[in-house]
Design a protein around this ligand. Structure first.
Ligand SMILES: *[C@@H]1O[C@H](CO)[C@@H](O)[C@H](O)[C@H]1NC(C)=O
Length: 382
C-alpha cells in the first residue's frame, strides 16, 4: 500500500536535488541478499543517484533536443499538462489523471541528466503547486472522493509501481498467451494483453520479490522476459501489439509507449538479475525501436510503427488494419492518436542514461549500456 508519507519521501528526494544541486549521496553497500526479512532485497547492480550519469555524444544531442522539443515544452502549451486537473485546469484524457504523472516521470530524469536550469524551474513549480494543494488527509492530486482516487497516477509521481492485477498468475508457461492473433483470441482481460501494460508488468514479480524475498519471483521475472522475447517481440526490440499483443505479426507495429516502458523495465530488471542478454535487449530497444518513432527534432512522434511500414500517412483505405489504433496512428505529430505517448515518451532516454552506469558489489562502477556518457558519481562523501 502506498501511503502519502512514502509519496512525500519521494518528493523530498527530488526537492533535495532541486535545492542542493548535489549529485552524489553514496550509500553503504549492501549485498544482493538482504540479511533480515524486513529489508528490501538489494539489486546486484545498484542504480546510481539521479544526475550522476551525464550524457555525451549522440545521446546528449538527443536529450537536448528532447529538452527543447516536446518534453521540455509540454508544460507551457499542451492541454493535458498545462491545463490538467493536477494544475488547476480541466483537461484530462482519462479518469486515471495520468498525463501529468507521466510527464513528470520523464521530466525529472531529463532535468537532472542534463542539469538544465529551465527544466528545474518546471519541476520545482509543479512540485510547489502539488504540495501547496495537498489535501487535508494527505492525498496528492486533484481527486477528492474515494471513488475518483486511484493509485496509478500517484505511482508515476513517486516513480513507483502500480499494483493492480496480479501478474504472477500470468507469467507462467502454459498460461501465458503464446499465440493470440491468428485468429485473434484474447482469452485474457485487456490489461494483461495490452503491450504497454505488459512492458510495465515485467517489473511486477520482482517488485514483490524485493519485500517477500521469495526467490521463485526472481525466477518468474526471468520467465516473463523469456516468454515475451520468444512470442511477442519485434526484431527492433519492442513488444508487438496494436494495442493488444499480436504475436510476431510485423504489420501490427507497436506503440511508442511500449518501447519507452520496455527500456525502463529491462534496465531495472537487469540490475537484479544481472543477465547480460537483458542489457543487450535494452540497448536494442534504445537504438532501434524507440528512436525510430521520434522525429529528429523531438517535436513529434508516431503512435505506432511497424518495422515493415512503407509510409507514414492516414491509412483510411485500410480501416480494419488495426484493432485499437486510429488510421492516423502511423503519422508523426503532437498527438497522432492517443495522447499517452505524447506525455510518456520523454522518460525513455533520460532513464536509459541514468541506468547506463551502475554500482557494483566490489564498490566499483560498471558501464552497462554501451551509449556515450560518463559517471560523475563520487564515492565516500555523505
Ligand atoms: C484521416 O482520415 C479520416 C477518414 O477520411 C478522417 O476522418 C480524419 O480526419 C483523417 N485524420 C487526419 C488527422 O487528417
Amino acid at each position: 500500500m502506498i501511503t502519502p508519507i512514502s509519496v512525500l519521501r519521494g518528493l523530498t528526494a527530488v526537492l533535495a536535488l532541486l535545492s542542493t544541486n548535489a549529485v552524489a549521496h553514496p550509500q553503504p553497500r549492501q549485498s544482493a541478499q538482504a540479511g533480515n526479512n524486513n529489508e528490501l532485497v538489494q539489486p546486484v547492480y545498484r542504480a546510481l543517484d539521479l544526475g550522476s550519469v551525464k550524457p555525451q555524444g549522440w545521446l546528449r544531442e538527443q536529450l537536448e533536443k528532447s529538452a527543447t522539443g516536446l518534453a521540455g515544452n509540454l508544460f507551457y502549451f499542451y492541454r493535458y499538462v498545462k491545463d490538467s486537473k493536477w494544475l488547476g485546469g480541466n483537461s484530462e484524457y482519462s479518469d486515471l489523471h495520468e498525463s501529468v504523472p507521466y510527464w513528470f516521470n520523464g521530466l525529472v530524469p531529463l532535468t537532472f541528466g542534463l542539469d538544465d536550469l529551465g527544466l528545474k524551474d518546471q519541476v520545482k513549480s509543479f512540485l510547489d503547486h502539488i504540495i501547496e494543494n495537498q489535501q487535508s488527509d494527505g492525498w496528492l492530486g486533484p481527486e477528492t472522493t474515494p471513488q475518483t482516487r486511484g493509485l496509478w497516477g500517484r505511482c508515476y509521481i513517486m516513480l513507483g509501481l502500480m499494483f493492480g492485477v496480479d501478474w504472477r498468475t500470468f507469467f507462467v508457461e502454459g498460461t501465458f498467451p503464446e499465440v493470440v492473433y491468428t485468429p485473434r483470441n484474447q482469452a485474457y482481460p485487456w490489461l494483461f494483453t495490452h503491450g504497454v501494460n505488459l512492458a510495465e508488468a515485467i517489473r511486477f514479480p520482482l517488485a514483490i520479490y524485493r519485500t517477500s524475498h521469495d526467490e521463485a519471483l526472481k525466477t518468474q521475472t526471468r520467465t516473463a522476459v523469456d516468454l515475451i522475447a520468444k512470442f511477442h517481440t519485434s526484431v527492433a526490440g519492442t513488444i508487438i501489439g496494436d494495442e493488444a499483443i499480436t504475436d510476431l505479426n510485423p504489420s501490427k507495429g507497436a506503440e511508442l509507449c511500449t518501447s519507452t516502458e520496455l527500456m525502463f523495465s529491462l534496465a531495472w530488471v537487469y540490475q537484479y538479475l544481472a543477465d547480460n542478454d537483458i542489457a543487450d535487449w535494452a540497448e536494442l530497444t534504445a537504438f532501434n525501436a524507440f528512436p525510430g518513432k521520434i522525429w529528429p527534432d523531438w517535436w513529434s512522434h508516431q503512435y505506432v510503427q511497424q518495422e515493415n511500414q512503407p509510409w507514414a500517412r492516414n491509412l483510411t483505405e485500410h480501416p480494419q488494419m488495426w484493432d485499437n489504433v486510429g488510421s492516423y496512428g502511423n503519422v508523426f505529430g503532437l498527438e497522432p492518436n492517443y495522447p499517452c505517448c505524447t506525455v510518456n515518451h520523454p522518460q525513455g532516454y533520460p532513464k536509459f542514461l541514468a541506468n547506463s552506469f551502475v554500482g557494483t558489489d566490489d564498490g566499483g562502477i560498471a558501464h552497462v549500456f554501451l551509449s556515450p556518457g560518463k559517471s560523475v558519481y563520487r564515492f565516500g562523501q555523505q
